[in-house]
Ligand binder design. Structure first.
Ligand SMILES: Cc1cc2nc3c(=O)[nH]c(=O)nc-3n(C[C@H](O)[C@H](O)[C@H](O)COP(=O)(O)OP(=O)(O)OC[C@H]3O[C@@H](n4cnc5c(N)ncnc54)[C@H](O)[C@@H]3O)c2cc1C
Length: 453
């Protein structure tokens, strides 16, 4: 009997009320049998339960409570990829070109994020951030960043001169000058995304987990013309679709007839973990002055919500789109990247820097050396290998990394084709998590406009 109940689940009593607990297999079987009664119908379906998809679905549902909406996520939980594998920094908007969408959405997104977390009681820490210049070239670049930050209206930004002023903020940090951003914070974006999901469900939205979309087709129902198929045979019908697929965003776009480019090239960012004795030396985020020739911000010290300190991330080609270790290899993802003309051009351009990153990945002591510039008392003996994230980096055919958002939709002559009902967000780069609530507003505007909602 006990054995049977382990297989099927069982009836248990919680707070005086009987509850039926089902094991995973039974749950899946019931879900399948429900879905085999015919696809369920929605006004708008969002594919992708990362922070961008969840925030956008939530925003649209709040604006239009009567819309019947669903989120489809291929994993067994939301936020399993970029959103759950990042530095967890609430950026203040320093780096981005004044007037750009990134600058606007980041600053707006930061304010919205703090306000939202206060409302929902999601923990965060405003630990601040130092961007430290270690030589004269970096001092010049830092002045430009300061200028940008002022134009972007980053609140309370301040330039610090000399070691004494720097050490008033970070007692173990050295440098010539530093930019201090007191409103930069840290947070767990996985928690934030799950809360977006809760808000969405409270308003009547539905979330399907383990639903891996592998096709968009024409349904026979004129009212719900888009048939969204999953790998395991489930399906739902919808009037309109938004995809926010992160590392898979280009593949989802291709499924509704969009072109291959821009392609997603996965770049893994590996972190080192500072041991607990040294972790207390780091109060806030400490970043280098970014080298404008490279797209990423450079390896940095990032305190985490749990009190640990991560060092990184570097940037190496991932051999699998969701490959968090060197041993994660997908032949099809690898061939896909290597045969893309844009990747070959990028590889030639960054041959030297790319090889250095690979060497640093193999020998963490070399990565520590670049961090000793700011905190000299940290040694290779103080670190161990930590987690990693994979960036969905959109790359155009000429080998240029795409900085901004990319939206795409089937542009064939036959306006009635289902592709014209499926909008894809093909690129939502960092600081996409910080900006998520601002991005969601932009997405909702776009959906209202595109589909006359
Ligand atoms: C190493 C690293 C560090 C970063 N640091 C920061 C930071 O400190 N601060 C910051 O603001 N931003 C940071 N970012 C950027 C930020 O994480 C991303 O901009 C953001 O998470 C993008 O969210 P997303 O929803 O677009 O993508 P994702 O979180 O990747 O979500 C996409 C979702 O789509 C799902 N999906 C894909 N294909 C399908 C399918 N066929 N069917 C169903 N579901 C599908 C995936 O399973 C996934 O859940 C960092 C990113 C990385 C990788």
């Amino acid at each position: 009997m006990a054995h049977l109940s382990r297989i099927l689940g069982g009836l248990i009593v919680v707070s005086g009320k009987p509850r039926l607990i089902l094991c995973e297999g039974v749950k899946t079987a019931i879900e399948r049998s429900l879905s085999s009664r015919g696809p369920r119908e929605y006004d708008v379906v969002v594919v992708g339960g990362g922070i961008v998809g969840a925030a956008s679905a939530r925003e649209l549902k709040l604006r239009h409570p009567k819309l019947k909406m669903a989120i489809l996520e291929k994993e067994h939980e939301m936020a399993m990829h970029q959103t759950g594998h990042n530095s967890g920094v609430i950026h203040a908007g320093i780096y981005y070109k004044p007037g750009s969408l990134k600058a606007k959405l980041c600053v707006e997104g930061m304010h919205l994020m703090y306000q939202y977390c206060d409302e929902k009681k999601i923990p965060y820490k405003k630990v601040g951030k130092l961007i430290v210049a270690s030589d004269e070239v970096e001092v010049g670049r830092l002045a430009e960043l300061h200028n940008r930050a002022i134009q972007n209206k980053v609140p309370d930004i301040k330039m610090l001169k000399g070691v004494e002023e720097i050490q008033n903020i970070e007692p173990y940090c050295v440098g010539l000058e530093a930019l201090w951003s007191p409103h930069t914070g840290i947070i767990d974006y996985g928690l934030v995304t799950k809360q977006y999901g809760v808000d969405f469900k409270e308003k009547g939205g539905e979330i399907y987990l383990n639903f891996e979309v592998n096709g968009f087709g024409q349904s026979s129902d004129k009212n719900y013309p888009v048939l969204i198929r999953a790998k395991d045979g489930q399906s739902v019908k919808s009037k309109y679709v938004l995809t926010c697929g992160g590392l898979q965003s280009d593949k989802l776009a291709e499924l509704s007839g969009c072109p291959r480019a821009p392609r997603i090239i996965p770049f893994r960012g590996e972190y080192l973990l500072l041991n607990s004795k040294k972790a207390s030396m780091i109060k806030g985020n400490i970043y280098p002055v970014p080298d404008p020739r490279f797209p990423f911000l450079g390896v940095h010290f990032t305190p985490r919500m749990d009190g640990s300190v991560w060092l990184g991330p570097n940037a190496v080609l991932a051999f699998k789109r969701e490959g968090y270790r060197w041993s994660d290899i997908s032949l099809s993802d690898l061939v896909d990247a290597l045969l893309y003309p844009g990747f070959l051009k990028l590889a030639v351009k960054f041959m030297l820097a790319g090889s250095q990153e690979v060497i640093k990945s193999a020998i963490p002591a070399l990565q520590v050396r670049s961090l000793q510039k700011f905190v000299p008392s940290i040694t290779a003996a103080d670190v161990e290998r930590g987690p990693a994230g994979v960036r969905a980096q959109a790359l155009d055919m000429s080998g240029s990394l795409i900085e901004d958002f990319v939206f795409d939709m089937y542009k064939g002559q036959d306006g009635a084709a289902i592709g014209s009902r499926v909008l894809h967000c093909r690129n939502a780069p960092s600081p996409g998590a910080t900006s998520s609530l601002a991005i969601a507003r932009m997405m909702a505007d776009k959906l209202e406009d595109q589909f006359q909602l």
